[in-house]
Design a protein around this ligand. Structure first.
Ligand SMILES: Nc1ncnc2c1ncn2[C@@H]1O[C@H](COP(=O)(O)OP(=O)(O)O)[C@@H](O)[C@H]1O
Ligand SMILES: [Mg+2]
Length: 377
Protein backbone atom coordinates (compact mmCIF):
# COMPACT_ATOMS: atom_id res chain seq x y z
CA UNK A 1 0.00 0.00 0.00
CA UNK A 2 1.16 3.51 -0.82
CA UNK A 3 1.84 6.07 1.87
CA UNK A 4 -1.44 7.96 2.18
CA UNK A 5 -1.39 11.75 2.10
CA UNK A 6 -3.20 11.78 5.42
CA UNK A 7 -2.46 9.00 7.92
CA UNK A 8 -5.77 9.25 9.80
CA UNK A 9 -8.33 7.27 7.82
CA UNK A 10 -11.90 8.54 7.93
CA UNK A 11 -13.41 6.80 4.95
CA UNK A 12 -11.79 3.43 4.59
CA UNK A 13 -9.11 1.13 5.98
CA UNK A 14 -5.63 2.43 5.14
CA UNK A 15 -3.61 -0.62 6.13
CA UNK A 16 -2.04 -2.04 9.31
CA UNK A 17 0.35 0.90 9.81
CA UNK A 18 -2.60 3.24 10.18
CA UNK A 19 -4.71 0.98 12.29
CA UNK A 20 -4.73 1.38 16.05
CA UNK A 21 -4.62 -1.63 18.36
CA UNK A 22 -7.63 -4.02 18.27
CA UNK A 23 -5.13 -6.79 18.87
CA UNK A 24 -7.33 -8.89 21.11
CA UNK A 25 -10.26 -8.64 18.71
CA UNK A 26 -8.05 -9.31 15.68
CA UNK A 27 -6.51 -12.39 17.26
CA UNK A 28 -9.85 -13.70 18.37
CA UNK A 29 -11.25 -13.36 14.85
CA UNK A 30 -8.17 -14.98 13.32
CA UNK A 31 -8.35 -17.81 15.79
CA UNK A 32 -12.06 -18.36 15.20
CA UNK A 33 -11.47 -18.38 11.45
CA UNK A 34 -8.63 -20.88 11.80
CA UNK A 35 -10.98 -23.15 13.73
CA UNK A 36 -13.84 -22.45 11.34
CA UNK A 37 -15.94 -20.99 14.10
CA UNK A 38 -18.48 -18.40 13.05
CA UNK A 39 -18.37 -15.07 14.88
CA UNK A 40 -20.92 -12.39 15.54
CA UNK A 41 -20.40 -8.95 16.97
CA UNK A 42 -22.19 -5.75 17.57
CA UNK A 43 -20.87 -2.25 18.15
CA UNK A 44 -22.20 1.26 17.82
CA UNK A 45 -21.82 2.88 14.44
CA UNK A 46 -18.45 4.46 13.68
CA UNK A 47 -16.57 2.56 16.35
CA UNK A 48 -14.59 0.49 13.88
CA UNK A 49 -16.45 -2.70 13.01
CA UNK A 50 -15.92 -2.57 9.26
CA UNK A 51 -12.31 -1.44 9.66
CA UNK A 52 -11.65 -4.39 11.99
CA UNK A 53 -12.98 -6.80 9.38
CA UNK A 54 -10.85 -5.18 6.68
CA UNK A 55 -7.83 -5.38 8.95
CA UNK A 56 -8.37 -9.10 9.58
CA UNK A 57 -8.95 -9.70 5.87
CA UNK A 58 -5.78 -7.81 5.03
CA UNK A 59 -3.80 -10.14 7.31
CA UNK A 60 -5.53 -13.24 5.91
CA UNK A 61 -4.94 -12.23 2.31
CA UNK A 62 -1.24 -11.88 2.99
CA UNK A 63 -1.14 -15.55 3.91
CA UNK A 64 -2.90 -16.37 0.64
CA UNK A 65 -4.59 -19.52 1.87
CA UNK A 66 -8.02 -18.01 2.36
CA UNK A 67 -10.52 -16.28 0.17
CA UNK A 68 -12.21 -13.33 1.84
CA UNK A 69 -15.59 -11.96 0.92
CA UNK A 70 -16.85 -8.76 2.49
CA UNK A 71 -20.46 -7.81 1.91
CA UNK A 72 -22.08 -4.72 3.39
CA UNK A 73 -25.79 -5.38 3.23
CA UNK A 74 -26.93 -2.01 4.58
CA UNK A 75 -28.40 -1.02 1.23
CA UNK A 76 -30.08 -4.34 0.46
CA UNK A 77 -33.84 -4.49 0.80
CA UNK A 78 -34.73 -8.08 0.10
CA UNK A 79 -33.43 -11.58 -0.53
CA UNK A 80 -32.88 -10.86 -4.20
CA UNK A 81 -30.56 -7.93 -3.40
CA UNK A 82 -28.63 -10.11 -0.97
CA UNK A 83 -28.37 -12.89 -3.56
CA UNK A 84 -27.06 -10.47 -6.16
CA UNK A 85 -24.52 -9.02 -3.76
CA UNK A 86 -23.22 -12.48 -2.96
CA UNK A 87 -23.09 -13.48 -6.64
CA UNK A 88 -21.21 -10.28 -7.38
CA UNK A 89 -18.62 -10.82 -4.69
CA UNK A 90 -17.95 -14.37 -5.85
CA UNK A 91 -17.70 -13.09 -9.39
CA UNK A 92 -15.13 -10.49 -8.36
CA UNK A 93 -13.03 -13.18 -6.67
CA UNK A 94 -12.74 -15.08 -9.96
CA UNK A 95 -13.11 -12.46 -12.69
CA UNK A 96 -11.32 -14.46 -15.38
CA UNK A 97 -13.22 -17.01 -17.37
CA UNK A 98 -10.77 -19.82 -16.74
CA UNK A 99 -10.31 -22.36 -13.96
CA UNK A 100 -12.74 -21.69 -11.13
CA UNK A 101 -13.85 -18.54 -12.93
CA UNK A 102 -14.96 -20.66 -15.88
CA UNK A 103 -16.86 -23.11 -13.65
CA UNK A 104 -18.50 -20.20 -11.86
CA UNK A 105 -19.50 -18.58 -15.11
CA UNK A 106 -20.97 -21.87 -16.39
CA UNK A 107 -22.86 -22.28 -13.15
CA UNK A 108 -24.13 -18.73 -13.02
CA UNK A 109 -25.21 -18.81 -16.69
CA UNK A 110 -28.24 -20.80 -15.57
CA UNK A 111 -29.53 -17.60 -14.01
CA UNK A 112 -29.14 -15.52 -17.16
CA UNK A 113 -26.75 -13.04 -15.60
CA UNK A 114 -26.70 -9.50 -16.89
CA UNK A 115 -23.39 -7.71 -16.74
CA UNK A 116 -23.26 -3.95 -16.59
CA UNK A 117 -20.62 -1.41 -15.67
CA UNK A 118 -21.18 0.59 -12.52
CA UNK A 119 -21.07 4.21 -13.64
CA UNK A 120 -19.33 5.51 -10.54
CA UNK A 121 -16.73 2.86 -9.87
CA UNK A 122 -16.27 1.48 -13.39
CA UNK A 123 -16.42 -2.07 -12.05
CA UNK A 124 -18.50 -4.79 -13.71
CA UNK A 125 -21.77 -5.56 -11.93
CA UNK A 126 -23.60 -8.81 -12.21
CA UNK A 127 -27.29 -9.19 -11.74
CA UNK A 128 -29.18 -12.45 -11.81
CA UNK A 129 -32.56 -12.87 -13.34
CA UNK A 130 -34.52 -14.78 -10.72
CA UNK A 131 -38.24 -14.27 -10.78
CA UNK A 132 -39.53 -17.35 -8.96
CA UNK A 133 -39.53 -17.11 -5.13
CA UNK A 134 -38.77 -20.83 -4.86
CA UNK A 135 -35.71 -20.48 -7.07
CA UNK A 136 -34.66 -17.36 -5.18
CA UNK A 137 -34.62 -19.33 -1.93
CA UNK A 138 -32.34 -21.91 -3.50
CA UNK A 139 -29.85 -19.54 -5.09
CA UNK A 140 -27.83 -18.46 -2.05
CA UNK A 141 -27.43 -22.07 -0.92
CA UNK A 142 -26.35 -23.00 -4.45
CA UNK A 143 -23.85 -20.15 -4.66
CA UNK A 144 -22.38 -21.07 -1.28
CA UNK A 145 -22.26 -24.75 -2.17
CA UNK A 146 -20.42 -23.84 -5.34
CA UNK A 147 -17.79 -21.95 -3.36
CA UNK A 148 -17.50 -24.62 -0.72
CA UNK A 149 -16.90 -27.32 -3.33
CA UNK A 150 -13.85 -25.48 -4.65
CA UNK A 151 -12.09 -26.64 -1.48
CA UNK A 152 -10.66 -23.19 -0.85
CA UNK A 153 -11.14 -21.94 2.66
CA UNK A 154 -13.43 -18.95 2.49
CA UNK A 155 -14.45 -16.35 5.04
CA UNK A 156 -17.59 -14.37 4.39
CA UNK A 157 -18.27 -11.23 6.39
CA UNK A 158 -21.81 -9.89 6.32
CA UNK A 159 -21.68 -6.33 7.61
CA UNK A 160 -24.79 -4.51 8.91
CA UNK A 161 -26.38 -7.93 9.16
CA UNK A 162 -29.42 -6.70 11.13
CA UNK A 163 -30.68 -5.41 7.79
CA UNK A 164 -32.10 -8.88 7.03
CA UNK A 165 -34.81 -8.22 9.62
CA UNK A 166 -36.29 -5.60 7.34
CA UNK A 167 -36.58 -7.91 4.31
CA UNK A 168 -40.12 -8.83 3.29
CA UNK A 169 -39.03 -12.51 3.23
CA UNK A 170 -39.19 -13.87 6.75
CA UNK A 171 -37.20 -17.05 6.23
CA UNK A 172 -33.77 -15.60 5.42
CA UNK A 173 -32.29 -16.49 8.81
CA UNK A 174 -33.45 -20.10 8.57
CA UNK A 175 -32.24 -20.33 5.00
CA UNK A 176 -28.76 -19.04 5.86
CA UNK A 177 -28.47 -21.06 9.02
CA UNK A 178 -29.38 -24.30 7.24
CA UNK A 179 -26.83 -23.83 4.49
CA UNK A 180 -24.13 -22.74 6.98
CA UNK A 181 -24.44 -26.11 8.67
CA UNK A 182 -23.79 -27.92 5.41
CA UNK A 183 -20.65 -26.04 4.41
CA UNK A 184 -17.25 -27.47 5.18
CA UNK A 185 -14.86 -24.76 4.06
CA UNK A 186 -16.74 -21.57 4.74
CA UNK A 187 -16.68 -19.46 7.89
CA UNK A 188 -18.93 -16.49 8.58
CA UNK A 189 -18.57 -13.21 10.40
CA UNK A 190 -21.80 -11.35 11.11
CA UNK A 191 -21.62 -7.86 12.40
CA UNK A 192 -24.10 -5.10 12.95
CA UNK A 193 -24.70 -1.76 14.57
CA UNK A 194 -28.14 -2.22 16.00
CA UNK A 195 -27.80 -3.91 19.35
CA UNK A 196 -31.47 -4.79 19.81
CA UNK A 197 -31.77 -6.32 16.34
CA UNK A 198 -28.49 -8.23 16.51
CA UNK A 199 -29.52 -9.50 19.92
CA UNK A 200 -32.83 -10.68 18.56
CA UNK A 201 -31.15 -12.59 15.73
CA UNK A 202 -28.40 -14.26 17.72
CA UNK A 203 -29.57 -14.50 21.33
CA UNK A 204 -33.18 -15.43 21.06
CA UNK A 205 -33.67 -19.13 21.77
CA UNK A 206 -36.56 -19.27 19.33
CA UNK A 207 -34.55 -18.16 16.32
CA UNK A 208 -32.37 -20.10 13.86
CA UNK A 209 -29.07 -18.41 14.71
CA UNK A 210 -29.35 -19.05 18.44
CA UNK A 211 -26.06 -20.40 19.85
CA UNK A 212 -24.58 -20.70 16.35
CA UNK A 213 -21.74 -18.19 16.69
CA UNK A 214 -19.05 -17.20 19.07
CA UNK A 215 -19.27 -13.55 20.01
CA UNK A 216 -16.85 -10.71 20.26
CA UNK A 217 -17.08 -7.49 22.18
CA UNK A 218 -16.07 -4.22 20.61
CA UNK A 219 -15.78 -1.08 22.71
CA UNK A 220 -13.81 2.12 22.42
CA UNK A 221 -10.10 1.66 21.72
CA UNK A 222 -8.06 1.66 24.93
CA UNK A 223 -7.32 5.29 25.73
CA UNK A 224 -3.61 4.89 26.47
CA UNK A 225 -3.05 2.89 23.30
CA UNK A 226 -5.00 5.40 21.23
CA UNK A 227 -3.00 8.23 22.76
CA UNK A 228 0.29 6.57 21.79
CA UNK A 229 -0.99 5.77 18.33
CA UNK A 230 -1.99 9.40 17.71
CA UNK A 231 1.35 10.71 18.89
CA UNK A 232 3.34 8.23 16.83
CA UNK A 233 1.23 8.72 13.73
CA UNK A 234 1.65 12.50 13.84
CA UNK A 235 5.39 12.12 14.39
CA UNK A 236 5.72 9.81 11.39
CA UNK A 237 4.35 12.70 9.36
CA UNK A 238 6.81 15.07 11.02
CA UNK A 239 4.16 16.79 13.11
CA UNK A 240 4.68 17.43 16.80
CA UNK A 241 1.72 17.26 19.15
CA UNK A 242 1.72 17.77 22.92
CA UNK A 243 0.31 15.08 25.22
CA UNK A 244 -2.18 17.63 26.58
CA UNK A 245 -3.46 18.30 23.10
CA UNK A 246 -4.00 14.59 22.47
CA UNK A 247 -5.90 14.40 25.77
CA UNK A 248 -7.95 17.37 24.67
CA UNK A 249 -8.91 15.53 21.46
CA UNK A 250 -9.74 12.28 23.26
CA UNK A 251 -11.81 14.12 25.89
CA UNK A 252 -13.75 15.89 23.18
CA UNK A 253 -14.53 12.68 21.28
CA UNK A 254 -14.86 10.45 24.35
CA UNK A 255 -12.44 8.19 22.50
CA UNK A 256 -15.02 7.25 19.83
CA UNK A 257 -13.07 6.14 16.81
CA UNK A 258 -14.52 8.02 13.87
CA UNK A 259 -14.68 11.37 15.70
CA UNK A 260 -11.12 10.99 16.95
CA UNK A 261 -9.87 10.03 13.50
CA UNK A 262 -11.77 12.95 11.99
CA UNK A 263 -10.25 15.55 14.32
CA UNK A 264 -6.74 14.19 13.81
CA UNK A 265 -7.30 13.94 10.06
CA UNK A 266 -8.43 17.56 9.83
CA UNK A 267 -5.57 18.75 12.03
CA UNK A 268 -3.10 17.12 9.62
CA UNK A 269 -4.79 19.01 6.80
CA UNK A 270 -3.93 22.30 8.52
CA UNK A 271 -0.32 21.53 7.50
CA UNK A 272 1.13 22.87 10.68
CA UNK A 273 4.26 21.31 12.18
CA UNK A 274 3.45 21.93 15.81
CA UNK A 275 -0.11 21.20 16.91
CA UNK A 276 -1.74 22.77 19.95
CA UNK A 277 -5.27 23.18 21.31
CA UNK A 278 -5.92 26.26 19.17
CA UNK A 279 -5.48 24.15 16.05
CA UNK A 280 -7.89 21.54 17.38
CA UNK A 281 -10.44 24.24 18.18
CA UNK A 282 -10.07 25.65 14.70
CA UNK A 283 -10.83 22.22 13.27
CA UNK A 284 -13.83 21.75 15.57
CA UNK A 285 -15.27 25.08 14.50
CA UNK A 286 -14.99 24.25 10.84
CA UNK A 287 -16.67 20.89 11.43
CA UNK A 288 -19.53 22.69 13.20
CA UNK A 289 -19.71 25.12 10.31
CA UNK A 290 -19.96 22.24 7.86
CA UNK A 291 -22.54 20.31 9.93
CA UNK A 292 -24.68 23.21 11.08
CA UNK A 293 -27.18 22.82 8.24
CA UNK A 294 -27.76 19.18 9.14
CA UNK A 295 -28.00 19.94 12.87
CA UNK A 296 -30.70 22.53 12.26
CA UNK A 297 -32.50 20.12 9.99
CA UNK A 298 -32.60 17.60 12.84
CA UNK A 299 -34.29 20.25 14.93
CA UNK A 300 -36.92 20.75 12.27
CA UNK A 301 -37.53 17.03 11.94
CA UNK A 302 -38.00 16.44 15.67
CA UNK A 303 -40.91 17.61 17.80
CA UNK A 304 -40.07 20.31 20.38
CA UNK A 305 -40.28 17.73 23.21
CA UNK A 306 -37.94 15.34 21.40
CA UNK A 307 -35.50 18.16 20.73
CA UNK A 308 -35.62 19.20 24.37
CA UNK A 309 -34.91 15.65 25.52
CA UNK A 310 -32.06 15.34 23.01
CA UNK A 311 -30.55 18.53 24.45
CA UNK A 312 -30.96 17.26 28.00
CA UNK A 313 -29.20 13.97 27.16
CA UNK A 314 -26.43 15.88 25.39
CA UNK A 315 -25.94 18.14 28.42
CA UNK A 316 -25.62 15.14 30.71
CA UNK A 317 -23.38 13.16 28.35
CA UNK A 318 -24.71 9.84 29.60
CA UNK A 319 -28.12 9.34 31.13
CA UNK A 320 -28.82 6.10 32.98
CA UNK A 321 -32.14 7.07 34.61
CA UNK A 322 -34.14 9.11 32.11
CA UNK A 323 -37.37 8.67 34.11
CA UNK A 324 -35.92 9.90 37.38
CA UNK A 325 -37.78 12.98 38.60
CA UNK A 326 -34.50 14.73 39.23
CA UNK A 327 -33.60 14.54 35.53
CA UNK A 328 -37.12 15.39 34.35
CA UNK A 329 -37.31 18.44 36.61
CA UNK A 330 -33.82 19.67 35.89
CA UNK A 331 -34.62 19.94 32.19
CA UNK A 332 -38.32 20.66 32.54
CA UNK A 333 -39.32 17.62 30.48
CA UNK A 334 -42.90 17.22 31.70
CA UNK A 335 -43.83 13.71 32.74
CA UNK A 336 -42.16 10.31 32.52
CA UNK A 337 -44.78 9.27 29.96
CA UNK A 338 -43.70 12.12 27.70
CA UNK A 339 -40.04 11.23 28.20
CA UNK A 340 -40.78 7.61 27.38
CA UNK A 341 -42.43 8.48 24.09
CA UNK A 342 -39.69 10.90 23.04
CA UNK A 343 -36.96 8.51 24.11
CA UNK A 344 -38.38 5.74 21.95
CA UNK A 345 -38.71 8.05 19.02
CA UNK A 346 -35.13 9.33 19.35
CA UNK A 347 -33.88 5.73 19.59
CA UNK A 348 -35.87 4.79 16.55
CA UNK A 349 -34.38 7.68 14.56
CA UNK A 350 -30.90 6.70 15.82
CA UNK A 351 -30.38 10.17 17.25
CA UNK A 352 -29.50 8.50 20.54
CA UNK A 353 -28.38 5.01 21.49
CA UNK A 354 -28.91 2.79 24.47
CA UNK A 355 -25.78 0.95 25.40
CA UNK A 356 -24.16 -1.13 28.11
CA UNK A 357 -25.31 -3.99 30.27
CA UNK A 358 -27.56 -3.92 33.36
CA UNK A 359 -26.34 -1.31 35.85
CA UNK A 360 -24.11 0.38 33.32
CA UNK A 361 -26.94 0.82 30.86
CA UNK A 362 -27.19 4.39 29.61
CA UNK A 363 -28.52 6.62 26.88
CA UNK A 364 -26.31 9.02 24.93
CA UNK A 365 -26.40 11.13 21.77
CA UNK A 366 -25.21 9.05 18.84
CA UNK A 367 -23.27 11.70 16.94
CA UNK A 368 -20.54 13.00 19.22
CA UNK A 369 -20.07 16.20 17.19
CA UNK A 370 -23.79 16.92 17.55
CA UNK A 371 -23.51 16.21 21.28
CA UNK A 372 -20.68 18.74 21.72
CA UNK A 373 -22.46 21.29 19.55
CA UNK A 374 -25.65 20.98 21.63
CA UNK A 375 -23.64 21.35 24.84
CA UNK A 376 -22.28 24.58 23.53
CA UNK A 377 -25.55 26.15 22.37
N1 LIG B 1 -8.51 0.71 15.01
C1 LIG B 1 -8.59 1.76 14.19
N2 LIG B 1 -7.52 2.57 13.95
C2 LIG B 1 -7.61 3.63 13.13
N3 LIG B 1 -8.73 3.99 12.48
C3 LIG B 1 -9.83 3.24 12.67
C4 LIG B 1 -9.82 2.10 13.52
N4 LIG B 1 -11.06 1.56 13.52
C5 LIG B 1 -11.79 2.34 12.70
N5 LIG B 1 -11.07 3.33 12.19
C6 LIG B 1 -11.56 4.39 11.29
O1 LIG B 1 -12.70 4.98 11.91
C7 LIG B 1 -13.74 5.18 10.98
C8 LIG B 1 -15.00 4.47 11.44
O2 LIG B 1 -14.77 3.08 11.41
P1 LIG B 1 -15.74 2.01 10.71
O3 LIG B 1 -15.01 0.73 10.66
O4 LIG B 1 -16.30 2.55 9.46
O5 LIG B 1 -16.89 1.95 11.82
P2 LIG B 1 -18.20 1.07 11.83
O6 LIG B 1 -18.11 0.03 10.79
O7 LIG B 1 -18.25 0.50 13.23
O8 LIG B 1 -19.33 2.04 11.60
C9 LIG B 1 -13.23 4.66 9.65
O9 LIG B 1 -12.79 5.73 8.89
C10 LIG B 1 -12.06 3.78 10.00
O10 LIG B 1 -11.06 3.80 9.02
MG1 LIG C 1 -19.36 -0.20 9.15
Amino acid sequence: MEKPSNPFGINYYLGPDYFCDREIETNLLLSNIAQQKHTTFFALRRLGKSALIHHVFHLLKKKRNQQCIYIDIYATQNLKDLTNQLANSIFSLFPEKKGIGKSFWDFISLFRPVLSIDELSGTPELSLDIAQPKQLEKTIPQLLQFLDKQKIKTVIALDEFQQILSYPEKNVEALLRTIMQQLKNTTFIFCGSNQAMMHEIFNSAKRPFYASCSSLHLEQIDRILYHDFIKKTFLNYRIKIQDDTIDYILDFTDGYTYYTQRLCHDVVELKTKQVNETHVNQVILSIYYEMKGIFFQYRNLLTPTQWKLLNAIAMEGNVSKPYASQFIQKYNLGSSAIVKRSLESLLDKEMIYKNGLAVEMHYAVYDKFLMRWLQRN
